[in-house]
Ligand binder design. Sequence first.
Ligand code: MG
Length: 176
Amino acid sequence: MAGRGAGSMRVGHGYDLHRLEPMPPEGRGRALALGGVRLEHPRGWGVVAHSDGDALYHAATDAILGALALPDIGQLFPDTDPRHDAEDSSVYVLEASRRAREAGWVVEGMDCTVILERPRIGPVKDAMRANLARLLGVRVERVNVKGKSHEGVDAVGEGRAVEVHVVALLAREGGA
Ligand code: MG
């Protein structure tokens, strides 16, 4: 930590959950995507959301905004605003990243946990990491994505929801 004085780091936590439902007309599902990667749900279900429903991008956005002590994603991009209907959620990550840079911070590290019963995200974790790293403008080594099962219990375990936790560490730009 040489060269880093007091106040040179910030930590933020982001959390998101979206319901999973059949696609219309039976349900309100939209195509399921996480970290910008399209996933095929075994029952053909999709995510219920106002935007495109990318819970990983939403939690990543809130982790960065949280570290900056800024208003959260729901305040910056209200779901009552029709402009955000089916919006590509990479826009939110880019905006949080832009605000961080503008305030003199860079993402030092980001660790993400995706809790999804099915499908398993193992085969596409690296694609999710690469997408996040690109949006954040950092090397992929600074971003991690883990997949977890909810062991069949509760709504997440029953495949009726997807849940994501993200922790982000920001450092002063140009710090040693
Ligand atoms: Mg969300």
